[in-house]
Design a protein around this ligand. Structure first.
Ligand code: ATP
Length: 323
């Protein structure tokens, strides 16, 4: 079937995530296989406003599959949220002949894609964020790589904590979402996981450590999502209350970089190719996700209104087996 669009653009927006390059590569190659021309937009919506746009062909995305970050660069653009900024972006789409646009980013980027769609640019959003906090998908691009990075770091910390019979409080990313903390907590056997979605106090953490000590446990990992507490403060309180020497580690941006896992590469590749299918079929104002390992797509506004249920059964299971 002939494609409904002749030329599309691809951009990455908001915080970067490992696997974005795999998605870019898939978009470019899937589009070229259908005879669709592709341009890459640098620095997200900021580049669309400035006209920072380059032609992309299959060889232009060689050797990026395995690298973290985004080869198209990412940015946040306040100007894009103004009427003038939006108009400049639309004008550049017309100037460069961009009929469709694949936007890889988070909820904010989806809103921008919704605005562009309502003004005639066919947009498809792909979920790219390490936080996994996008409701319209089970998994986002970058989450798996991030969790694996945290697990690797915590395993190293645990080695030395065990040698010295200490407690370690590890602060991980997730201002509003505890998915990284929860998954890393389960995978590293953390004694306690503090997440924004579940009310818990320092006293709860201390009680869990005391309970563990009574059962012969002498080293402890506590994982805290950045949105609920500060590792330094928590460590001090734990040490004062329990007498267990406690150290704080804030992992920071190390969690956002690195070569994407195979899982993220596969997911991003599937998303990218699917986005091109949607554009070729004349679809617009959609976001792509994965549900029970099947690709799905939703209307952008419908997707933004969705609520993601925090997996309480996983959280409770983690608590039970971490004693
Ligand atoms: P993440 O938060 O995971 O890093 P995100 O896509 O949610 O990713 P934001 O900074 O919220 O990141 O949004 C990225 C860009 O999308 C913004 O800089 C802005 O240009 C555009 N954007 C955000 N919100 C809106 C909105 N309500 N309407 C139009 N455009 C928006």
């Amino acid at each position: 079937m002939e494609s409904k669009v002749k030329k599309i653009g691809v951009l990455t927006s908001g915080g970067d995530a490992p696997g974005m390059n795999a998605a870019i590569r898939a978009v470019v190659r899937a589009a070229r296989s259908k005879g669709i021309e592709v341009v890459g937009v640098h620095r997200g919506y900021a580049g669309l406003i400035k006209g920072d746009i380059v032609d992309m062909d299959v060889r232009d995305v060689s050797n990026i599959l395995q690298s973290g970050g985004t080869s198209l660069l990412s940015a946040r653009s306040k100007e894009f949220c103004t009427e003038e900024g939006m108009q400049m972006a639309i004008d550049n789409c017309h100037k460069f002949g961009i009929e469709g646009l694949v936007v890889i980013g988070g909820d904010g980027s989806y809103r921008g894609a919704g605005d562009l769609s309502s003004r005639g640019i066919h947009c498809i959003g792909l979920p790219g964020t390490i936080d996994n906090d996008i409701s319209s998908t089970d998994y986002t691009i970058g989450f798996d790589t991030c969790v694996n990075c945290v697990v690797d770091m915590v395993d190293r910390i645990r080695d030395t904590m065990r040698s010295h019979e200490r407690c370690s409080v590890v602060e991980v990313m997730g201002r509003n979402a505890g998915y990284i903390a929860l998954h890393a907590g389960i995978a590293t056997g953390a004694a306690f996981v503090m997440v924004p979605e579940v009310d818990s106090s320092v006293e709860d953490v201390i009680a869990k450590i005391e309970e563990g000590r009574a059962l012969g446990k002498y080293n402890f990992i506590v994982i805290v999502a950045e949105g609920v507490g500060h590792a330094e403060e928590l460590s001090k309180k734990i040490q004062d209350a329990t007498g267990v020497v406690t150290r704080a580690t804030i992992l920071g941006h190390v969690q956002r970089g690195g070569s994407p896992t195979a899982r993220d590469r596969v997911l991003a590749s599937r998303f990218g190719a699917y986005a091109v299918d949607l554009l070729a079929a004349g679809k617009s104002n959609r976001v792509v996700g994965v549900r029970n390992d099947k690709l799905v797509d939703y209307d952008i506004q419908e997707a933004l209104a969705m609520k993601k249920e925090f997996p309480m059964e996983l959280y409770n299971m983690s608590d039970i087996i971490s004693i």
